[in-house]
Ligand binder design. Structure first.
Ligand SMILES: NC(=O)c1ccc[n+]([C@@H]2O[C@H](COP(=O)([O-])OP(=O)(O)OC[C@H]3O[C@@H](n4cnc5c(N)ncnc54)[C@H](OP(=O)(O)O)[C@@H]3O)[C@@H](O)[C@H]2O)c1
Length: 261
């Protein structure tokens, strides 16, 4: 299947590592130009070089804190400057801190809102004129928690639902402009974020890291964590121009973990 991404311009937020980077890499392998962003210049430079060498596609980067309005605007300006257009926007951010309702103060809620939900709103707003002009695609990375909440992740559970609501509403508003909008929810994909969460759980339960990971993997019908590439291929289809009729949907990539319909 031709994903019709050759020469297209893709901006992926929070993409120096993990799911964002894997998604950017798959777009580049399909012949798209990509713009990466993250907070650490060294990590970004390394990721850009790696993807560019492997794919042969142009890869650009911009240091950006996704919860900062000016940084988001500067990112889109850099994308226009370097790539001349924006066809696809993949929204992503670092995960908010884990914890229960009683653990969270006002400031935690405010920061999680800015990071997890409002960063997406700002990025969409800044890229929208281009996305409308090019009949583009938006893919919002959320979590499997949009179908089944995860214990002790109250901030994530709350604001990821906001992402799903935003995507569904926007899909209807933007369909007449030819812009398709979808949400994608990772279950447990092997990245630094899952490693951190497993380390914390191992410490809390007084077991080894390997044991904590085995326990988590045994709950997944496919029997293992997903690889970032497995996740990224679904992002790339939803964000491609081979996708002409799927919009407003939430796709989970979770090896059968979630029981909800
Ligand atoms: N992996 C999973 O199984 C899974 C499951 C459910 C949900 N998720 C969610 O999916 C998202 C990505 O997860 P991941 O596993 O790919 O995480 P990761 O491996 O920790 O990578 C996160 C990426 O985002 C960048 N980043 C983090 N905070 C940022 C900020 N404020 N501004 C700009 N860039 C930022 C990081 O770079 P810098 O730190 O250098 O900025 C890094 O490139 C997270 O929200 C996570 O909670 C992941």
């Amino acid at each position: 299947m031709d994903l019709e991404l050759k020469g297209k311009a893709v901006v992926v937020l929070a993409s120096s590592k993990g799911l964002g980077k894997a998604s950017a890499r798959e777009f580049a392998l399909e012949g798209a130009k990509v713009m990466l962003c993250g907070r650490n210049q060294e990590v970004l430079e390394k990721a850009a070089k790696e993807i560019e060498t492997e794919s042969g596609s142009p890869v650009f980067w911009e240091v950006c804190e996704v919860s900062n309005q000016e940084d988001i605007e500067a990112l889109m300006e850099a994308a226009m400057d370097k790539m001349g257009r924006i066809d696809v926007l993949v929204n992503n951010a670092g995960g908010p801190p884990a914890g229960k309702f009683v653990d969270m103060k006002d400031n935690d809620w405010q920061q999680a809102f800015e990071l997890t939900l409002f960063s997406f709103v700002r990025a969409i707003r800044a890229a929208l004129p281009e996305l409308k002009k090019n009949e583009g695609r938006i893919v919002n990375i959320a979590s499997s928690s949009v179908k089944e909440p995860l214990d002790s992740l109250i901030l994530s559970n709350t604001f990821r639902m906001g992402i799903a609501g935003l995507s569904k509403s926007l899909a209807r508003e933007l369909a007449p402009d030819g812009v398709l909008v979808n949400t994608i929810g990772p279950g447990r994909i092997a990245t630094d974020r899952t490693k951190d969460l497993d380390e914390k759980r191992a410490e809390k339960n007084g077991v080894s890291f390997e044991k904590a990971r085995q326990e988590a993997e045994s709950m997944i019908p496919i029997g293992r964590y997903g690889a970032p590439e497995e996740f990224a291929k679904q992002v790339v289809f939803l964000g491609s121009f081979a996708n002409t009729y799927v919009t407003g949907q939430t796709l989970l990539v979770e090896g059968g973990l979630v029981k909800a319909y």
